[in-house]
Design a protein around this ligand. Sequence first.
Ligand SMILES: Nc1nc2c(c(=O)[nH]1)N[C@H]1C(S)=C(S)[C@@H](COP(=O)(O)O)O[C@H]1N2
Ligand SMILES: [Mo]
Length: 173
Amino acid sequence: MNKNSKILIVIIILLAVTASIAIFLNRDNVAASKELNNNALFILIEDGVELASFNMSEIQAIGEVEFDATLRSSGSDPKDHIYTGVLLKNIFAHANISFDGKKTVVLTAADGYTVAVAIDKFLDDDNVYLAYMRDGELLGTKEDGGSGPYQMIIRKDPFSQFWCKFAISAEIK
Ligand SMILES: Nc1nc2c(c(=O)[nH]1)N[C@H]1C(S)=C(S)[C@@H](COP(=O)(O)O)O[C@H]1N2
Ligand SMILES: [Mo]
């Protein structure tokens, strides 16, 4: 075997070892990020009083559905996606929070963004969702370039500026 072949074999072995370590470390990352996503809490508030909070598996158990919606990001063409989530009103109902006499639901996000949804729209049958997956992948956090862990989506809204990325709480009042 000549010198060049030996150098080549050493390089190949080094690359294989590096790749294995990367895959191994990433396995931990994937597990950690799943854990982080599942631990993310969504808080329900009624007239200024925090009444309940749920993690991702609790929200899933309330009634996970898949639905399509059109994302209109600033600076790109509208894009249809399949989202996975739960109707926001079902999460409130699950916490036994009453809709009687309420006028609006205000979503607050981790970046300080807030969106108000009128009660009629909120009570629509197939419209206002709390989503956590898009096209089969977790939405991810703001830090890792995602739009979650939770994102409030108004399916029938032609203006997705009324959607709420990084949603952490919803107050009904
Ligand atoms: N938390 C949060 N939600 C948000 C925003 C935001 O800045 N912060 N921007 C809104 C706007 S203006 C649009 S068009 C949609 C899509 O945002 P994107 O352009 O970042 O995809 O999210 C909406 N929801
Ligand atoms: Mo926007």
